[in-house]
Design a protein around this ligand. Structure first.
Ligand SMILES: [Zn+2]
Ligand SMILES: [Zn+2]
Length: 180
């Protein structure tokens, strides 16, 4: 399937414009995106491709701009595990892959920021990640739910986030406040 190779420096430039600066985290995200793009996880104008990331660091911005898996569309899911793991699902092809950051990468801690970026961009994604196919088991499609006003603050709140407290429909902050 890997019939083409994208230029890593072009991808990095594009990602840096979106992210705002150059950093090693972004370089890691660019390597993830490069592998995904080259293996059938193409740009996702809608929710065709889903990314599940286990970190919320700089790397995720490379996925948002290069793969168009974005927070707003709901095809970027964050699991707050603090791990360099990235899973992708292609709804059309019904397949999934997972890239897990290899522990050897932590050996480069002593390099300067620029040296780290340079070093990372010289690698192939396979050097940096353990890569495996995974079962096709993506998160559900984004829900488009009605919003209703919270009975305490009056702010519009998605119905599936409304909490009931003593018979009132409340938003989460008001629910927490009421229970104090
Ligand atoms: Zn950064
Ligand atoms: Zn409220």
């Amino acid at each position: 399937m890997s019939g083409f190779q994208l230029n890593i420096n072009d991808l990095m430039k594009k990602a840096a414009v979106f992210h705002g600066h150059l950093c090693p985290g972004l370089a890691i995200g660019v390597l993830v995106a490069k592998y995904a793009l080259e293996h059938g996880y193409e740009h996702s104008p809608d929710e065709e491709i889903v990314a599940v990331v286990e970190t919320d660091n700089c790397s995720v911005d490379a996925l948002q701009i290069l793969l168009k898996t974005t927070f707003g569309k709901g095809n970027l899911v964050h699991l707050d595990y603090g791990k360099g793991n990235y899973s992708f699902y292609n709804r059309k092809a019904q397949k999934g892959i997972r890239l897990a950051l290899k522990k050897e990468i932590s050996n480069y801690k002593d390099l300067s920021r620029d040296e780290k970026i340079h070093k990372l961009l010289e690698f192939e994604p396979e050097d940096v990640f353990d890569i495996h196919e995974i079962e096709f088991n993506p998160p559900g499609l984004a829900l488009i739910d009605e919003s209703v006003p919270c009975e305490m603050c009056g702010e519009l709140t998605m119905e599936n986030r409304i909490m009931i407290y003593e018979g009132n429909s409340l938003c989460i902050p008001c629910y927490k406040e009421s229970r104090k």
